[in-house]
Design a protein around this ligand. Structure first.
Ligand SMILES: Nc1ncnc2c1ncn2[C@@H]1O[C@H](COP(=O)(O)OP(=O)(O)OP(=O)(O)O)[C@@H](O)[C@H]1O
Ligand SMILES: [Mg+2]
Length: 370
């Protein structure tokens, strides 16, 4: 699967742009702020139905304009498909082969991408919510049922929390109603817990293999999923916690409090790992994600590598490029502010490499190496 062409209108700093890609390696070079990351984001949007960076979709509309449109032509199993994402004011339309989706979640996973960005290390440095979001996004791309269960859980959680608030404010309680929420939430939470657990079990050995390869076996990484649902008496404890929940007006226990622990040689990566080690850690996680999609879906996802060479030493860069050369990946997009630097790194790889120069939202195909 790969993207053949993209057409952007009023997306971030792009006015109107048409670009044809190589099915193998594409490199975007250009100065800071020219639009390299924005272009990766446009591809990401076509896969995940939303931006990887802007929390409000309207922020992606070019300043002074009132709509944007992203149109991608994909090749998948010898067929061409179009994916189109339009936003006009608050109205969002997402189409596959010109037919709008009723539910956006149905599109997730159909044209998978894996994005590696400098912001990824936030997943290490920030709180547990970032890590849950990180893994939720990955599991959702692999398993539509996970995504719908998660949506259901969050909805139930919100309803239970407002019920707790009502109880606290009115100093009364509707036992039947809370029992029904408890039951549904526990059931949904258990499904999420089981899916997270088996995903991490499958991911861990692949992740470790990638980390050890990237770091030339310098450090031993570990990835541990922690959930209160491991406790056999969890359901009982959840129900017994009702008084405290009412007091605090929120649900204190459940999969919305799960944690993922990352360590290197037994120490928390957060406080102990260097910037390069932290970056290697998330790259290994992303490569493992890539492998899992490849294995489960039998599709090589599009790999978007944003500023990947920054902070990695030569050994780690070479290890990564060895994988590219071995054709472990399908279509690849790489951004780098320094064109000579990237050309030197990828120059000897035997693949069709298209280099694009970006200047202030204007893209020119610079040259092709093959
Ligand atoms: N809605 C918008 N309208 C117009 N311009 C925008 C919009 N959103 C972002 N931009 C501009 O896009 C530019 C950033 O582009 P991008 O992040 O793609 O740069 P980059 O080439 O990746 O730079 P770097 O090398 O620093 O990573 C900024 O100059 C920003 O002002
Ligand atoms: Mg950038």
């Amino acid at each position: 699967m790969f993207i053949k062409k993209i057409n952007l209108i009023n997306f971030k700093n792009y006015a109107e742009t048409d670009i044809s890609f190589s099915s193998q390696i594409n490199i975007f070079t250009g100065p800071n702020g020219s639009g390299k990351t924005n272009l990766l984001d446009a591809i990401y949007c076509l896969s995940l139905t939303k931006s990887a960076f802007s929390s409000s979709e309207n922020n992606s509309i070019k300043h002074q304009e009132n709509f944007f449109s992203i149109l991608g032509h994909f090749s998948k199993e010898e067929k061409t498909h179009t994916v189109q994402y339009d936003l006009a004011g608050q109205k969002k339309t997402f189409r596959l082969d010109k037919t709008p989706y009723e539910k956006l979640s149905e599109h997730i996973g159909a044209f998978p991408v894996v994005l590696v960005t400098p912001y990824d290390t936030d997943v290490i440095r920030e709180g547990s919510e970032e890590r849950r979001k990180f893994f939720d996004a990955i599991i959702s791309q692999l398993d539509n049922l996970y995504l719908s269960e998660l949506i259901r859980y969050n909805h139930l959680l919100k309803q239970r929390n407002s019920l707790l608030k009502q109880f606290a404010e009115s100093n009364s309680m509707d036992k039947e109603l809370i029992d029904s929420y408890n039951h549904q939430l526990l059931r949904s939470g258990k499904i999420i817990y089981e899916k997270r657990k088996s995903f991490i079990e499958a991911l861990t050995p692949i992740f470790k293999k990638h980390y050890l390869n990237l770091s030339d076996k310098r450090e031993m990484p570990e990835l541990i999923y922690e959930s209160k649902l491991e406790d056999k008496e969890f359901e009982q404890k959840f129900i017994q916690n009702l008084k405290r929940d009412i007091l605090l007006q929120r649900t204190c226990l459940g999969v919305h409090k799960d944690e993922y622990n990352f360590t290197l040689d037994g120490h928390a990566v957060k406080g102990y790992g260097s910037q390069g080690q932290q970056k290697s850690f998330v790259i290994a996680l992303k490569l493992a994600h890539f492998d899992i999609i490849k294995e489960k879906r039998n599709i090589k996802p599009i790999l978007l590598l944003d500023d990947i060479f920054d902070k990695l030493d030569d050994i780690r860069i070479n290890k990564l490029m060895e994988m590219v050369a071995e054709e472990a990946f399908g279509q690849l997009f790489i951004t780098d502010a320094r064109p000579e630097h990237t050309e030197k790194i990828v120059g000897h790889i035997n693949a069709e490499i298209r280099i694009f120069k970006i200047e202030n939202g204007v893209v020119t195909a610079e040259k092709q190496l093959s």
